[in-house]
Design a protein around this ligand. Structure first.
Ligand code: GAP
Length: 571
């Protein structure tokens, strides 16, 4: 792998852990590797930047997240609630190709507009997104004669999507602010979305730092003045240039422009191009949704923050089509449901927020967009996007209608003037579309960060508090000792639970090592329940149930274990 960028929180020591409340990203990544959640792709060849593989526990966990999405968005959409029209919500799935006709991406705007402005460091050859540059732009030294430091020259710049993330980054690298030798005492507060004020204390003085995002035009005008975020050297940055994020390849044996095709950068367009087929071949009636999950590819300029910004990732997207007059209500419906959904699988609390975009952030066709955002350890105290819910109007279907020549209007028999025979004249229109677009890899990462818990009073201090629906291992069955009939009883119970719950996740059994070590291993994997067969089981047919989060133990009848688990797993 290309060496991790020096500014990558994953690449340096986790001073961030010293900030109260922030979880240590180094420890989380190390647990992910040690327990087989996430591995670097092609690791034995040195890795490849922006690509990650899932190990056994990670693959199971991601499957659980995908299944939960599939179940709650397609099979039983919105948990069986009625939509704003008073009727049950209807959704169907599709599974579309990664490679589509290249004109799909012209119509969608990705060929012309899916660009990031990129800047190179001429010396180190490192590359970053110009719109991800934040700088300590201004600073004021309090005390010590109230001297002001130069106002027009940023003396530190870092790569971060938001000034909040930049502050977190500077906090975790106090060396960046040399010669001010900060002691790590930082008080920060957002001034607005674009500017953060950080009060940093040195042993002699207090600095007030103004941290803000640098506009791409400013880099264009002052690229000699702005220090490189990698080395802090000036006069090494190039001017920003546009860089298309789509990976491409060629179909067939001849490699020329006519054979050029793209790897999809989103699953959504597969839905729009099959809209007509779904309407014509199934019995869907407006309003309805079409869901699509699968891999998407973006040649991100600076992949970073573990799996957060990868070059290959998985999306779970729904396009919900409705009559234009109902679109605002459906937008609010899906926005609120998606927030509730993430809470329901374990992201409840202050780390999750719903952020409605300001009017000036919206695309010209959009009447509203909200992001479900999570406070990742590397964005804290700021937040990073987990899912976007966008009101896309009729933009996509109109574009594809224009570019393909196919009629993508919908004929709605239940609308239009009431006729004397009691039926309706019908209405032809291009539906509006509400798009909840989630990232499964960011979802897994948020769930892992949220679940990671340290409790020094436990024999093995790290454990993962996964929601039972997401936990890769659902339960474990242990014989207390490997004799006196206990292994046989454990094996029988394990087989019963595996038959009943095996399709939801792993049911483990293990007879090696002390019981304490076996519990600790399950805690680290986030297994919510362990059932232990002990001497008492042989006399009164009860087992102990150990709770992962409290370590508390209770006894229940061995014949009640399946029902107990079924209650908790929602089987
Ligand atoms: N069809 C709309 C769309 O693709 P997006 O906000 O670009 O919208 C949706 O992507 C979600 O996909 C994001 O909220 C995020 O969870 C995930 N995602 C996007 N780019 C990603 C990347 N480079 N790495 C991991 N996940 C990504």
């Amino acid at each position: 792998m290309s060496t991790p960028a020096p500014n990558d929180p994953a690449s340096h020591s986790d001073a961030a852990a010293a900030v109260p409340g922030r979880k240590p990203m180094d420890a989380i990544m190390s647990l992910c590797k040690r327990r087989g959640f996430i591995y670097q792709a092609s690791e034995i060849y040195g890795g490849i930047n922006g690509f990650w593989d899932y190990g056994p526990l990670g693959a199971l966990m991601k499957r659980n997240l995908r299944e939960a999405w599939w179940q709650d968005m397609i099979m039983n959409p919105a948990w069986g609630r009625r939509g704003p029209n008073g009727e049950p919500v209807r959704c169907v799935p599709v599974e579309t190709c990664i490679i589509q006709h290249p004109r799909v991406w012209e119509a969608s705007g990705h060929v012309g507009g899916f660009n990031d402005p990129m800047v190179d460091d001429r010396e180190t050859k490192q590359r970053f997104r110009a719109d991800h540059l934040c700088a300590v732009w201004n600073s004021l030294k309090l005390e010590e004669h109230h001297t002001e430091l130069p106002r027009d020259k940023p003396f530190v710049s870092v790569i971060a999507s938001t000034p909040g993330e930049a502050v977190a980054h500077i906090q975790s690298n106090p060396k960046l602010l040399r010669p001010y030798r900060l002691h790590g005492s930082f008080k920060v507060s957002p001034f607005d979305d674009r500017v953060w004020v950080a009060e940093a204390s040195d042993k002699d003085a207090t600095l007030l730092l103004l941290v803000r995002a640098v506009e791409v035009d400013e880099i264009r005008a002052h690229h000699d003045l702005i220090p490189s975020p990698f080395t802090q050297k000036r006069s090494v940055l190039t001017e920003p240039r546009q860089f298309n994020l789509m990976f491409f390849t060629y179909t067939g044996a001849v490699f020329n422009e006519d054979a050029k095709v793209y790897l999809r950068p989103e699953t959504a367009q597969g839905i729009f191009v099959q809209f007509k087929n779904v309407v014509d071949t199934t019995r869907v009636k407006m309003p309805f949704g079409i869901g699509n999950t699968g891999r998407s590819f973006r040649n991100e300029v600076t992949p970073r923050n573990f799996t957060f910004r990868s070059r290959e990732f998985e999306q779970a997207e729904l396009e919900f089509f409705c009559h234009p007059s109902e679109s605002r209500e459906w937008y609010a419906f899906w926005r609120d449901f998606r927030m509730e959904w993430w809470k329901s699988i374990g992201l409840a609390g202050d780390n999750l927020v719903l952020r409605e975009h300001d009017k000036d952030e919206l695309s010209h066709y959009s009447q509203g967009t909200s992001d479900v955002e999570y406070r990742f350890p590397f964005t804290a105290p700021g937040f990073g996007e987990l899912e976007g819910i966008a009101h896309r109007g009729d933009f996509d279907l109109t574009q594809h209608q224009k570019h393909s020549g196919a009629r993508l209007e919908y004929f709605d028999q239940e609308r239009g003037e009431l006729l004397p025979n009691g039926s309706r004249r019908g209405e032809r229109y291009i539906p509006h579309c509400i798009e909840p677009a989630a990232g499964l890899d960011r979802g897994v990462l948020a769930l892992i960060c949220e679940a990671y818990t340290r409790d020094e009073s436990r024999p093995s201090p790290e454990f993962m508090k996964f929601h039972p629906r997401i936990a890769p291992i659902k339960a474990a069955v242990f014989p207390l000792v490997n004799k006196d009939g206990m292994p046989e009883r454990a094996e029988a119970l394990h087989a019963e639970l595996n038959r009943r719950f095996g399709r939801q996740g792993l049911i483990e059994t293990d007879a090696k090592q002390t019981i304490g070590k076996r519990y600790a291993r399950m805690d680290e994997a986030g297994c919510p329940f362990c059932f232990t067969i002990d001497g008492q089981t042989m006399t009164d047919q009860t087992v102990t149930v150990r709770d992962r989060d409290t370590g508390g133990q209770t006894r229940i009848g061995i014949d009640r274990v399946a029902a107990f688990l079924s209650d908790r797993l929602g089987d």
